[in-house]
Design a protein around this ligand. Structure first.
Ligand SMILES: Cc1cc2nc3c(=O)[nH]c(=O)nc-3n(C[C@H](O)[C@H](O)[C@H](O)COP(=O)(O)OP(=O)(O)OC[C@H]3O[C@@H](n4cnc5c(N)ncnc54)[C@H](O)[C@@H]3O)c2cc1C
Length: 379
């Protein structure tokens, strides 16, 4: 190990595992990744699980099996990232010194109402268990702040309509006007909702739940028989000391470095980057950028500049899917068709390979080709 630089990664989720596997190839580095859980969940598959199209076993794998053998996996909860003293402290008091730190612990819930969010297998199991026959019922899907993957509430609404065609599905969307970067995606999702008879109430800012009635900030009321409501996100309490007023960890969006620390990066849901929105796709490309930045720093090379790219397939009603590309400047949404629906289904298996780096060339080529068709926006 002598002469090697230590990289410590907090969180073996989508961003953390990709970073670790990329860096493992660099023989000048010793890579340690800590996670409180021994398991890794493919979170987009939670939507499939909600509607019986996937099981917890198909969307969960042991983290150790996803990591390059050269990566040191430590199953411990991190309680502090001490960026002043270049060390990470675990719950049992053990300390991990680093030359480079990558913070990727994802997020937790900022809950105001008592609905199970759709962030993990236990909560989605509760949502599933509560779903009796919803035909003929008012079913509300909604959220009330910044969430992971803003396409998920639409996907859930489409799946509800497929399973319960006679349900009256109402989507409560607090965002009155989608940000310009998200307009192409929002237009296609809006089109699909209309075709399926889903009522989308944009600008509905949920402020209270009175029995079986949702009440908005401006007093609008929506009655429901069943509700699937996501919670907004914030940084885990162990990392609150690093966060800003947004409740997330500030980074320079081009370098992904934390504040003025040249050797500390943050990636994935935990950062204060909100455009493009929080997705595994963004965490993936951020991880590749950070691995390159660290490797170049060690081996001598240019400082790479991250363009904010993210690309994912989204369910778009019945057997149709769409492909969405976004970066800091431009976006495009293509579809809706069977090819992108199948791509989304296929990615449930391909995801595991994407973590190893074996799909990098394909993902890079595909995202670059989508980028060429994207329209520049000014937010
Ligand atoms: C229902 C749903 C649908 C989605 N659909 C899509 C989609 O279609 N496409 C897409 O690209 N993205 C989608 N996403 C979003 C995507 O899953 C997340 O953006 C992505 O997982 C973020 O990766 P991450 O590495 O930042 O965090 P995560 O993958 O959440 O990983 C964080 C890791 O950190 C660990 N951790 C947390 N705290 C600590 C601690 N104190 N100590 C040690 N370890 C810790 C956790 O155990 C976890 O393993 C969806 C998400 C949901 C919930």
């Amino acid at each position: 190990m002598e002469g090697k630089k230590n990289v410590v990664i907090i969180g073996a989720g989508n961003g953390g595992v990709v970073t670790a596997n990329q860096l493992a190839k660099n023989s000048n580095l010793s890579v340690t990744i800590l996670d409180k859980s021994p398991f890794h969940v493919y979170q987009p598959g939670l939507v499939d699980f909600m509607f019986g199209d996937a099981t917890p076993e198909t969307i969960t794998k042991e983290t150790r099996l996803l990591l390059d053998r050269r990566v040191n996996f430590v199953q411990k909860k991190v309680v502090k990232a001490d960026v002043e003293n270049h060390k990470v402290i675990a719950e049992d008091g053990s300390e991990y010194n680093y030359d480079y730190l990558v913070i990727s612990p994802g997020v937790t819930e900022k809950k105001k109402f008592n609905f199970p969010a759709w962030h993990d297998i236990d909560s989605v199991t509760k949502i599933k268990e509560g779903m009796a026959d919803l035909n003929g019922k008012n079913v509300v899907v909604g959220y009330y702040g910044l969430i992971k993957c803003p396409a998920a509430p639409f996907e859930i609404s489409f799946m509800l309509k497929r399973k319960y065609p006679k349900a009256n599905v109402i989507l409560l969307n607090p965002v009155a006007q989608p940000p310009k970067l998200q307009v192409p995606m929002a237009n296609l999702l809006g089109q699909a909702s209309k075709e399926l008879g889903i009522q989308v109430k944009r600008g509905f800012k949920l402020s209270g739940v009175d029995g079986n009635t949702m009440v908005s900030e401006d007093g609008e009321k929506v009655q429901f028989d069943y509700a699937i409501i996501d919670s907004p996100i914030k940084v885990h309490k162990e990392f609150e000391d690093l966060s800003d007023d947004s409740g997330l960890i500030p980074v320079d969006k081009v370098s992904l470095k934390y504040k003025n620390f040249d050797n500390v990066y943050a990636i994935g849901d935990t950062t204060n980057i909100t455009f493009p929105p929080k997705t595994g796709a963004l965490a993936h490309f951020e991880a590749i950028h950070v691995a390159k930045s660290i490797s170049n720093d060690i081996n001598g090379g240019n400082k790479p500049l991250f363009d904010g790219r993210a690309m994912c397939a989204v369910y778009a009603g019945n057997s149709k899917g769409m492909m969405v590309y976004m970066d800091y400047e431009k976006s495009v949404a293509q579809g809706r068709n069977l090819v992108f629906y199948t791509s989304k289904k296929l990615f449930m298996s391909l995801y595991w390979a994407s973590l190893t780096g074996s799909l990098d060339k394909m993902l890079d080529a595909f995202s670059s080709s989508l980028a060429r068709t994207a329209t520049k926006v000014s937010n």
